[in-house]
Ligand binder design. Structure first.
Ligand code: SF4
Ligand code: SF4
Length: 175
């Protein structure tokens, strides 16, 4: 017996995504051949099994959103190119990620990346004028502070405007 509370709500808030989204609709033709898994470089080093992601997404199994596996994909598009049913596998994974974030699921490491982005404008901050990167830039006769939001922190306001517009803080608190 399938526990319905453990199924993805593809309906209501998500406007019945499985039936209206062109990429998600295509997973219905998945034949579980495993080609996507066999060509997946990330799958060789992580728990990512692309074929299983497709099966869970098709069946609407909620754990596909809450488990970290979809975040191991490096979006190399190998699976997309090789799927014999021309399923846009990478796009499906990206859409599942979007759905996961809307439900508040994001691995802690990625939450930290978002926090960095919100606080400094960089996913990987370069550090201040005394950092080793600043010294390296100086060595190569570059500005110690690069001409990004590190130099123009007021530009962060535009980032906050964008993040606020999509209500990002409510889903993944970053400040
Ligand atoms: S390669 Fe395509 S058809 Fe085969 S399991 Fe992956 S998504 Fe399904
Ligand atoms: S796009 Fe992602 S799932 Fe597809 S082969 Fe590359 S790493 Fe694997």
């Amino acid at each position: 017996m399938i526990n319905k509370s453990k199924l993805i709500k593809y309906s209501s808030e998500y406007s019945d995504e499985l039936s209206v989204d062109e990429d998600l609709k295509k997973i219905r033709s998945c034949i579980q051949c495993g080609m996507c898994t066999s060509v997946c470089p990330s799958g060789s080093f992580t728990a990512l099994v692309t074929r299983k992601i497709m099966r869970k997404a098709l069946a609407g199994v909620h754990s596909v959103l809450s488990e970290p596996d979809i975040w191991y994909c490096s979006t190399c598009f190998n699976c997309y190119e090789r799927c014999p049913r021309t399923i846009p596998v990478t796009n499906v994974i990206l859409k599942l990620r979007n759905m996961a974030v809307r439900e508040g699921y994001l691995p802690d490491a990625l939450k930290n990346v978002i926090k960095n982005l919100a606080n400094t404008g960089h996913a990987v901050p370069l550090g201040g004028a005394d950092s080793k990167w600043a010294k390296l830039r100086e060595l190569h006769k570059l500005d110690k502070i690069p001409p990004t939001v590190h130099k123009f922190p007021e530009a962060l306001d535009e980032l906050f405007t964008l993040l606020d517009k999509i209500k990002f803080n409510a889903r993944i608190p970053y400040r």
